[in-house]
Design a protein around this ligand. Sequence first.
Ligand code: SF4
Length: 311
Amino acid sequence: MTRIFGPVPSRRLGRSLGIDVIPHKTCTFDCIYCECGKTTDKRCLREEFYPLRELLDELDNHLGKMSEKPDVITLSGAGEPTLYSRMGELIIESKKLIDIPVAVITNSSLMDKKDVQEELMPADILLPSLDSALKESFQLINRPHPGCDLKKIIDGLHRVLRKFQGKVYLEVLFLEGVNTDRENLLALRSVIKTLDFDTIQLNTAVRPGTEKTAHPLDINKLEEIRQFFGPKAEIIAAPKVQAEKTETDAEKKILSLIQRRPCTVEDINRSLGIPVPGIVKIIYSLFEKDRIVKEEHGRDTFYTAAARDKN
Ligand code: SF4
């Protein structure tokens, strides 16, 4: 099964060709707003989950079939990509295959580790996130592995951003009543002021998260926060109404499957062979079109067709 997906249109990166470097929901965090379901393997230990050579061959093969160059290669996945222990080599070798920027989306949790700091340097774009600078809110929102220490994460961010030569888009995701009080905003702003980045991108939970307590922020409140953070801040939360109403082929395949029986992301992956991050993006899109509903059973999240699709 290929770990390469896309290119998919990304609000922040253009046409992004993704490399899924970690198994589904292997993460250092278990964020209450996570759109990929609950974390099933919470860890800080890095691993070569898939052989580096295999990933590079798949990438080479995928690029060979594309008629148009993507804008960027993005290391991502339904979890934390910096957990991939050969990330640095993957970035360097990918750039030998095609002359386009490589981006890494990360929750910043492993930036205190020297190997991660060094391996991130050959990337061209970093998209780190930091949702709170206060320990209590950090625990509440991100539900980190016990090995993650907020102070060390912030120190690590400083170290990486001081040395990093490429673009840095820092993301903060705000949840109503969780990290939007004055104490949180002041603490975040004072940390962010000391970091070297290009833009700070403000987001909210625009799609259903893991927990019902993850409420999105009203756009007016997000705008107030944007002003509070100053000229480098921009809002990236996409309004629901912007979704296209027609379905792509991949969306049709997923809809047809879940019309027959409720499925988890892993069920869809096993049945259709679509890489997990691609499925997650399609699921977002189907939510925005009101074509899909989510049901929780124990630790599993099932997706099923909305009522009108079942008729
Ligand atoms: S939102 Fe990102 S960092 Fe948080 S649990 Fe999901 S994959 Fe991990």
